[in-house]
Design a protein around this ligand. Sequence first.
Ligand code: SF4
Length: 374
Amino acid sequence: MICSLPWVHLSLQARDDAVGIRPCCWYLHSSVKKEFPNQWLTYNDVKRIGLTEASNSQVLKKTRQDMLAGKHVSGCQSCYDSEKIGNFSMRQNFNSKFKLDNLTEDFLHLKYIEISLDNICNLECKMCSSGFSTKLKKRDELVGYDVSPTLAYDLDLLDTINLDNVELVKVLGGEPFASKNHEKLLDKFQDLSKISFIYNTNCTIIPTDNIIKKMQSMKGLHFIISCDSIYKYNDYQRWGSKFKDIIANAITLKKTFSNINHFMFLNVYSLLNLNTYNISKKWFSKNGFKTSSEWERGELSAWHAPQWYEDWILEENDCDEVRNYFSYRQYNENKWKQFLKFINITDKLYNTKLKDYNPELARKLEIHESKGII
Ligand code: SF4
């Protein structure tokens, strides 16, 4: 199964416990670490050898060789899974964009970069971690998660690879508009009018005038705006954000840039807000906004929920998307207890009560969880 990305794309991040260079963000860290225990490159390895050499690492060459030979690539399991259930995969998406010939095991040239600038963010989203927001260090410590150090990508690493063919850059954080690295990244490119940029933003910060000018000169802009359901349901999960401000800022961005090609809200559904799937979809559609759903797979995933939770959600949100999410559900008592504990700890930390934000969920937990958490 050929995919164009391993020949033209690099996904880069500064975390040293993760794979430091990947052919895309769907490519599974865990599979790579398992299959190539002594060969996968950390961020520090990439810093030592530079991006040109890293793009031809043993792991990436093997990925390309296996694709050319029609072999299974374990790192690409997410694409296989997505295609199996009839969803569009990252591979299909980019094969239609980048049509390549005469491929060998070597990296071709860099057309598309995805880069995580740092883990500086102004929010403390419940399903996120200190790896992506330094503001979550205290919470992660209280909950018992690993606490990530402050990270920042060394952008001078981009000087170690030819950027002349780059036509697309995806900017991730933290929050890109809160990052000091953002402007430095833009200044790495000679001519922004040849490059389109994709921004994943929480839309709580409007960029400075100087950055706005640079963004206005780009070939195109794609905004993917994180907003997890509506009103108080969003505000509880995306802690620190206010739904009304996100929408107002989104409208400001739309008015500020005439070079927007793509503008979409990304709604992450988790145990905390899945009961609002339908009302959220309806609100965004009624207000003329496109949305895409993302399904929390970590600690707040509905995969761990008991049967009553699935039955309750489907009462008012019965559709293929939600049913597909539940098709991976396997009740895990420990993880479910962790979730209940998580609500208690975070409510105490932020001086909140779940029932003030998602009263329907709070009521159901009171009924079904004998010890009660509210
Ligand atoms: S097949 Fe999918 S996971 Fe593999 S490199 Fe392509 S897009 Fe990434």
